[in-house]
Ligand binder design. Structure first.
Ligand SMILES: NC(=O)c1ccc[n+]([C@@H]2O[C@H](COP(=O)([O-])OP(=O)(O)OC[C@H]3O[C@@H](n4cnc5c(N)ncnc54)[C@H](O)[C@@H]3O)[C@@H](O)[C@H]2O)c1
Ligand SMILES: CC(C)(O)[C@@H](O)C(=O)O
Ligand SMILES: [Mg+2]
Ligand SMILES: [Mg+2]
Length: 335
């Protein structure tokens, strides 16, 4: 069996290595907002750096920050955290960060994409490390405010100071991740597994599984509302039980009929062909082909994202959700 991963918790991490440092959070979106607020609430010295005075700027001001333009944040920073979209990071690095950063300032990432695929080539004088939350930004903030934390991965790519890991753990503590647990990884492992997860399960897999089941029922003539409750809405309840009690707990919570059908038909539908395709998806990531394709898509103005979002927004699934919204809202627990 492979060696079990080392898990770092609050006792293994101290804020000391970064408590007197100026931390520039670049971007105030999904992760940027969560990190800036959590790091500030942890008593750290945060400055928010943004490209322009748009919606993120307004939100940061509303949250009590005084954002500044990227280059001004970078000039003051000891630690520069990239929380802008992956495809944007290398341009902002080239145009705003590199020409303005203090020599030896740290470069920190929440995902390894730009370093692993060599889109950013950092100076050898900088520590380069990553704290990658294993959850969405809104959850990183929500769990933190409720006394918890979303687990994260940490990795060190460059370590001229010899203190990169301590600082990575300090940032992880500042955003609340060590309240749960943090695992050491590499930029390669984080990048490849994160892309694989979001493509095959978390984002792509789960969505297409639910949509395929929904469409199958509708094509067979069942009411869309019934199909929606069955194949999409109930997913949260089942996944919540998996989250709390694992697959064993979930199987205990469903009927024997569901257990038998699930244990047999699950494997019939998600069969070796699907596993083969998962391997293909992993290979595309590992070879760099997916990164190449995504960069090209981005350079063309992300038409596939635009078309995909439009198709989904107009889909029968989403129309049905809009019709059922009041029922769903009324049913939500009140405390
Ligand atoms: N979304 C998540 O929950 C999540 C989870 C783990 C890791 N990550 C990683 O965190 C990083 C940030 O992802 P995100 O989803 O939080 O980003 P996001 O899409 O929410 O970023 C939005 C922010 O970036 C700024 N921005 C957008 N375009 C810009 C441009 N052209 N120039 C400068 N700034 C620009 C926006 O003003 C906004 O402040 C990525 O590396 C991502 O892989 C994200
Ligand atoms: C939240 C996710 C999917 O885990 C993250 O990896 C992302 O890229 O947004
Ligand atoms: Mg990701
Ligand atoms: Mg992820």
């Amino acid at each position: 069996m492979k060696k079990l991963a080392k898990i770092y918790t609050d006792q293994d991490a101290s804020l000391d290595p970064i408590k007197d440092k100026k931390i520039a959070v670049l971007g105030y979106g999904n992760q940027g907002r969560a990190w800036a607020l959590n790091l500030r609430d942890s008593g750290l010295n945060v400055i928010v750096g943004l490209e322009r005075e748009g919606n993120s700027w307004k939100q940061a001001v509303q949250d009590g920050f005084q954002p500044v333009h990227t280059e001004d944040a970078v000039k003051q920073a000891d630690i520069i955290i990239f929380l802008i979209p992956d495809m944007v990071q290398r341009y902002v690095y080239r145009e705003k960060v590199q020409p303005n950063m203090k020599e030896g300032a740290d470069l920190v990432f929440a995902h390894g994409f730009n370093i692993h695929y060599k889109l950013i080539d950092p100076p050898s004088t900088s520590d380069v490390y990553m704290v990658a939350p294993k959850g969405p930004g809104a959850t990183v903030r929500d769990f933190y405010t409720k006394g918890g934390g979303v687990p994260a991965l940490v990795a060190v790519q460059q370590n001229p100071s010899g203190k990169a890991m301590e600082k990575a753990l300090a940032i992880a503590k500042g955003i609340g991740a060590t309240r749960a647990g943090v695992i050491e990884t590499t930029f390669k492992e984080e990048t490849e597994t994160d892309l694989f997860g979001e493509q095959t399960t978390l984002v792509g897999g789960v969505m297409e599984l639910m949509r395929s089941a929904f469409r199958t029922l509708v094509e067979l003539g069942y009411q869309p509302e019934v199909a929606y409750f069955e194949t999409i809405n109930e997913m949260k309840m089942i996944v919540d039980i998996i989250y709390e009690k694992g697959f064993t707990g979930m199987l205990k919570a469903v009927s024997d009929t569901a257990k038998y059908g699930g244990l047999t038909v699950g494997k019939f539908v998600i069969n070796d062909e699907v596993r083969k395709r998962m391997l293909e998806a992993a290979e595309k990531i590992r070879s760099g082909k997916f990164a190449e394709e995504w960069i090209e898509e981005y350079n063309r103005g992300s038409p596939t994202i635009k078309e995909g979002l439009e198709e989904i927004e107009n889909s029968l699934e989403e129309q049905t959700r809009r019709r059922l919204k009041e029922i769903i809202e009324r049913g939500k627990p009140k405390s």
